[in-house]
Design a protein around this ligand. Structure first.
Ligand SMILES: Cc1ncc(COP(=O)(O)O)c(C=O)c1O
Length: 451
């Protein structure tokens, strides 16, 4: 192995040409989405008011590889291939026998992995003369990513931002506006979905999705864009793991023991993990693959695997997924992107079938790991990404105790430079404890449709 090499980079010419579709390799197929009225599997026609045909076909595709369009590859090259780092300094601080690598998506224009899917989504919409895209955003990362991609392809972007994040993260809102997008606080007074909640409600991703879907469904020239959860979104993110595999080979690692990512709707986790899962499904390798969520929104660890709506009001198709109930509203933690009641059906399927593990960690432990990471590796992690780091730290310390030398690959999905108020709260001991109400989740689950 190279001596003390920190970064493993790929040339633009080495950037993967295809996204990987894990559906092709699962031994049992994931259950299909169902129409909310008929409870029959949804067809392309049901999705046509919201998405362009290319994305609908990707949603239902069982092809193993999907070619990345040239126009998308061209934009990707603004920041891709993203670097893979060996965390030498953090390892030293931890005194660990583990070798830790992190794949850093914070180098993108929007500061997170989200542009990996906003660019192809906007590109496909641009082929059909769509005038405007609507979407939801939590912390603001997805809204920023969509706004940037819309600016490139000349499409208007309208974003419903979760109320608590709108109130506490004004800089994210400004960044969305810098790229040309328009931002509304959710719940807004502009939609029937929003009007079901008081104006000062803290909001949730589920409510914001309902608002954005309602507006798109009601306008001929407008479509909707989702930043996570659906199969096509996860597909676009697999460029992360495909690159990481090439970079680990350059680092001289032929065996990976653990792959760790944070999971809100599941997209960055799946993007990193699914190319590694391919080897595991084929029996060629056997890494532990771990999805990490907040204890205040423990979808995978405390939710139920069943059909539920993707949004709060109940407008989307029914998805078979781990869920806390579509009207469950998580407590307002800083990792806004992890406050989602459900989980991507493909990630849920992988967990349910035993291919992927799940873990829940509270935000104090996450910020403590993030601070240690920032003080050694120099990057300030997004609060969402800090969940993956906290799990990696647990595993690295356990390795030292057991005298093993695992190779750990962690997804650092974004930077936290616009989340410094969260760091300030942590450093001044003002960070709230995570709360999770099992009763509220049981109550919300009681409202999920019986299939
Ligand atoms: C930096 C970052 N990481 C992770 C997430 C969680 O989303 P997902 O689970 O789809 O990757 C978000 C969502 O906003 C995010 O901004």
């Amino acid at each position: 192995m190279a001596d003390k090499q920190h970064k493993f980079v790929l040339d633009e010419s080495e950037m993967p040409t295809h996204w990987y579709n894990v559906t092709a390799d699962f031994p049992t197929p994931p259950p299909p989405p169902l129409h909310p009225g008929t409870h029959e599997p949804v067809g392309p026609d049901d999705l046509a008011p919201l998405f362009p045909i290319e994305l609908i076909m990707q949603e239902v595709s069982s092809e193993r590889y999907v070619k990345i369009p040239e126009a998308v590859r061209d934009v990707y090259k603004q920041w891709r291939p993203s670097p893979l780092y060996r965390a030498h300094e953090w390892e030293k601080k931890l005194g660990t026998t583990a070798r830790i690598y992190y794949k850093y998506e914070g180098v993108s224009p929007a500061g997170s992995h989200k542009v990996n899917t906003s660019v192809p989504q906007v590109y496909y919409n641009s082929l059909h003369g769509v005038r405007r895209l609507t979407t939801e955003t939590g912390a603001g990362q997805w809204g920023t990513a969509l706004s940037y991609a819309c600016a490139l392809f000349g499409i208007e972007c309208e974003v419903w931002q979760v109320g608590i994040s709108y109130d506490t993260k004004p800089q994210r809102r400004t960044l969305i506006e810098v790229f040309g997008g328009q931002v509304h606080r959710s719940p807004s007074r502009m939609t029937q979905a929003g009007l079901q909640f008081p104006e000062d409600h803290t909001g949730s991703l589920g409510i914001a999705i309902s608002e954005a879907v309602e507006v798109a469904a009601g306008a001929e020239d407008t479509k909707y864009s989702l930043g996570s959860v659906l199969n096509h979104v996860l597909l676009h993110q697999t460029i992360i793991g495909e690159e990481a595999l090439l970079q680990l080979a350059k680092a001289g690692e032929d065996k990976v023991d653990m792959v760790i990512g944070c999971a809100g709707g599941g997209s960055n986790f799946a993007g990193l993990a699914f190319p590694f899962l391919r080897g595991k499904l084929a029996g060629d390798s056997d890494p532990r693959i771990i999805a990490v969520e907040p204890t205040s929104c423990p979808t995978l660890t405390k939710g139920e695997y069943r059909y539920d709506f993707g949004d709060t009001v109940g407008m989307t198709p029914l998805l078979k997924m781990y869920t806390l109930g579509h009207d469950f509203v998580p407590s307002p933690i800083h990792a806004g992107g992890l406050r989602y009641h459900g989980m991507a059906p493909l990630v849920s399927h992988a967990v349910h079938e035993g291919w992927v593990e799940a873990s829940a960690i509270d935000q104090h432990e996450c910020f403590s790991a993030a601070l240690e990471f920032a003080r050694t590796e120099g990057f300030v992690p997004a609060p969402e990404s800090s969940h993956a780091l906290a799990q990696a730290r647990r595993e690295a310390l356990a390795a030292t105790e057991s005298g093993t030398e695992p190779v750990i690959v962690v997804g650092l999905s974004g930077h936290g430079l616009l989340e410094l108020n969260a760091y300030a709260e942590f450093m001044t001991d003002h960070l709230a404890d995570d709360t999770f109400s099992a009763e509220a989740a049981a109550d919300a689950l009681a409202h999920t449709p019986q299939i």
